[in-house]
Design a protein around this ligand. Structure first.
Ligand code: NAG
Ligand code: NAG
Ligand code: NAG
Ligand code: NAG
Ligand code: NAG
Length: 260
């Protein structure tokens, strides 16, 4: 059964790549429908209305001749990257509804308000990999980059715009994306939380969890270091170890950030 769904998925993707002529960036109407579709898929699965099969679709709010639905994937597993726009007339796949060609190496992003992580940006201290499973944090001397609303130029955050820490428009989004270092998968957000990027949704869930765990370890090590070593910060992993551990634990090289 697994091979059947993989074949169906491959077929959908082949159909998409064959028929995709141009890329249209989705409107906010399409985004709203997509959010509802994904929530609906997950709720229907949770309520046992659908199992591995079954699906929910919506007419494209921007074009009544089209509809939006996932390709062949269990509703529980549906993400924005599973949504396809189809012809109503003949169910031909036209294109992926959300085309991620803008950041080709980033296919999953988590944003979270993890309270064990927030103190680091508050103290102006970046996270640094302290254990192999958190290697994707990198081993930069000053730790992960910090996105600080208070130090944004007025070209990014005009005086009269709300200073509410929310990344609510494209300019702020670009500024946040530009804060990522090639050597780390994480940006800390002062007073807010963190942004984590990954090569897939699964990968970014792994990274988010171990970023939280690393924050706990780094906090404890800092307290112990202050007691035992007169305030010396924990040494953490070397760049080489952080990188090799990431390759071993995630099957993904940190070089993906360096060279792509
Ligand atoms: C699209 O969204 C705009 C504002 O968000 C709304 O005014 C408009 O009615 C929507 N169009 C459709 C077809 O839903
Ligand atoms: C609406 O969808 C139809 C069928 O895919 C397509 O031929 C037509 O060009 C679309 N209209 C617009 C305005 O994009
Ligand atoms: C499917 O329907 C659309 C809209 O009517 C049409 O433009 C397209 O050529 C059809 N594709 C196929 C493969 O029949
Ligand atoms: C995504 O967009 C790129 C161009 O930016 C295009 O070449 C590619 O075919 C698109 N892929 C899909 C699956 O729609
Ligand atoms: C980071 O990677 C990007 C994309 O490959 C590249 O353009 C940039 O020069 C790299 N920056 C550094 C500091 O290595």
């Amino acid at each position: 059964m697994k091979s059947i769904s993989i074949r169906a998925l491959t077929l959908s993707l082949v159909l998409i790549s064959k028929t995709c002529a141009q890329v249209v960036s989705p409107s906010s109407n399409v985004t709203n429908v997509a959010i509802d579709l994904l929530d609906a898929s997950h709720i229907l699965h949770f309520l046992d209305v659908v199992d591995a099969f079954g699906h929910v679709s919506s007419r494209n709010p921007d074009n009544s001749s089209q509809f939006i639905m996932t390709f062949a994937i269990a509703p529980a597993l549906a993400t924005s990257q599973s949504l396809v726009t189809y012809e109503i007339d003949n169910a031909t796949a036209i294109q992926l509804t959300f085309n991620t060609s803008a950041f080709p190496d980033v296919t999953g992003v988590v944003h979270a308000h993890t309270t064990s992580v927030i103190p680091f940006a508050a103290a102006g201290i970046g996270l640094k990999a302290q254990m192999g499973v958190a290697g994707s944090l990198g081993a930069l001397t000053h730790g992960t980059p910090i996105f600080d609303f208070a130090s944004l130029p007025t070209s990014v955050l005009p005086e009269d715009a709300p200073h509410n820490l929310l990344v609510g428009n494209e300019v702020l989004g670009n500024a946040l994306a530009g804060t990522f270092s090639n050597d780390s998968a994480v940006v800390l957000m002062t007073g807010h939380g963190m942004a984590v990027r990954g090569t897939s949704v699964r990968n970014v869930v792994f990274r988010s969890y171990y970023t939280m765990e690393n924050a706990n370890v780094q906090s404890t090590a800092s307290f112990l270091g202050a007691l035992a070593m007169g305030g010396k910060p924990p040494t953490g992993l070397s760049p080489r170890v952080a990188m090799d551990a990431t390759t071993t634990n995630e099957g993904v090289s940190l070089y993906v950030f360096r060279f792509r």
